[in-house]
Design a protein around this ligand. Structure first.
Ligand SMILES: Cc1cc2nc3c(=O)[nH]c(=O)nc-3n(C[C@H](O)[C@H](O)[C@H](O)COP(=O)(O)O)c2cc1C
Length: 375
């Protein structure tokens, strides 16, 4: 099993990540990991902190001669924007963790909560996720994401409407990670409008896993279900308020015959589906189709034109504190979501196929895939 933990604070010296249970002999491509970190920092609507932080990893353990060793991998990302005087947050921001965190940990204000609850921590999740992506690549598994809604503006194109498979990997070409160039313009426009009003926006991202083998996850107990594990990992991203798989909430208005994917058998002796309304998971197990899910992100809680709050010192009505903030972070959240999905799937590969080195896992994987032909 792969486990990871992160440490570090938004304005602390560095973020730290430890990944345990990662197999040996995987080529550790630092350039690739740093490129993934850059992808998180892009996206229309982000604050100028992104110009200060040029995220790069420093490897402290678990890698030798460019390959993983099987030892715990420890990595660090230095914070460049750490030399500022930090003020206490006594006027907590509605929608952020400030007040609940201050009350829970018996603090005078929300500063110490903000330092950890803030999405700076997600930089380390992307570093870990990109290491997991390197593992998934060995099995030809690819993870893609794109933005399908910002505020009220919806992309006409999505997995179920008008997108071709080869387009799924092209979202990096768009400032907002949209694959629908008409709505991209409108999305950018409404972010500008929200910014002028001192307000913020959220949206919806779509995530797709390609070349997923049948049999990841299990129905045998509640905590082994693949959709449950993915939902947990995506819901743990700050600001994400809902997750749906396949047709998701849209299944409720349809008849069963309009939802479930009929089963076929092809010349290669494998089962497949003409449709993928389930989003690639049935009974908590991957069914061999693409994994498709969507996640909704609420608008950013830090508003330049702040909402009403209570001053924790005086208990009087006040306006919430403002500190440099994104107007919209949905494109970045989609990279964080790719990373969390990659972690869950890499872990499932290890759980299903076992093995302490990449070579051993590949032997087990290939033998399983070949055995499927005659089942
Ligand atoms: C990539 C990313 C960037 C974010 N940037 C900000 C930000 O600049 N300002 C802010 O108030 N919240 C930001 N958020 C959202 C908050 O971190 C989040 O709303 C807060 O921690 C409260 O958690 P909750 O929304 O899950 O309840 C960001 C989230 C993500 C994923």
């Amino acid at each position: 099993m792969i486990r990871f933990l992160t440490g570090g604070e938004s304005h602390g010296k560095a973020l730290i990540g430890i990944i345990e249970g990662f197999p040996a002999n995987l080529y550790f491509n630092i350039d690739y990991i740093n490129k993934e970190l850059k992808r998180r920092q892009k996206g229309y609507g982000r604050s100028n902190r992104m110009d200060i932080e040029k995220d790069e990893i420093l490897v402290l353990s678990g890698v030798n001669n460019g390959k993983t060793t099987g030892n715990p991998i420890s990595i660090m990302i230095k914070n460049r924007g750490s030399n500022i005087d930090l003020v206490e947050i006594t006027r907590p921001r509605p929608g952020h963790g400030d007040l609940a965190g201050a009350l829970k940990y018996n603090q005078k204000g929300g500063r110490n909560t903000l330092e950890r609850a803030s999405a700076r921590e997600t930089a380390m999740r992307v570093a870990v996720g990109s290491i997991c992506k390197l593992l998934l690549k060995e099995f030809n598994i690819q993870i893609c994401s794109h933005v399908i809604q910002i505020g009220q503006v919806k992309s006409i194109k999505n997995y179920y409407n008008g997108l071709k498979k080869e387009e799924l990997t092209k979202a990096d070409n768009s400032l907002i990670r949209s694959l629908d160039y008409q709505s991209e313009k409108l999305m950018i426009q409404i972010i500008e409008e929200a910014k002028e009003k001192g307000d913020t926006l959220g949206g919806i991202i779509e995530l797709i896993g390609l070349n997923i083998p049948v049999g990841l996850g299990s129905y045998t107990n509640w905590d082994r279900k693949l959709d449950g594990k993915i939902a947990h990992s995506i819901m743990s991203i700050p600001g994400i308020k809902g997750v749906e798989f396949g047709l998701g909430f849209n299944t409720s208005g349809r008849l069963g015959s309009q939802v479930h994917d009929e089963i076929s058998y092809d010349d290669n002796n494998t089962y497949y589906r003409e449709t993928n309304n389930a989003g690639g998971i049935e009974g908590g197990v991957s069914n061999g189709e693409d994994i498709v899910l969507r996640a909704v992100m609420k608008p950013i809680p830090t508003l330049k034109k702040p909402l009403k709050t209570v001053d924790m010192k005086t208990k009087e009505v006040a306006f919430a504190q403002f500190e440099r903030s994104d107007v919209c972070a949905v494109p970045s959240a989609s990279i964080v979501a790719e990373s969390m999905l990659s972690y869950v799937l890499a872990n499932e590969i290890i759980l299903k196929f076992g093995g302490d080195s990449i070579e051993e896992i590949k032997i087990n994987y290939t033998s399983y895939i070949n055995s499927l032909r005659n089942r």
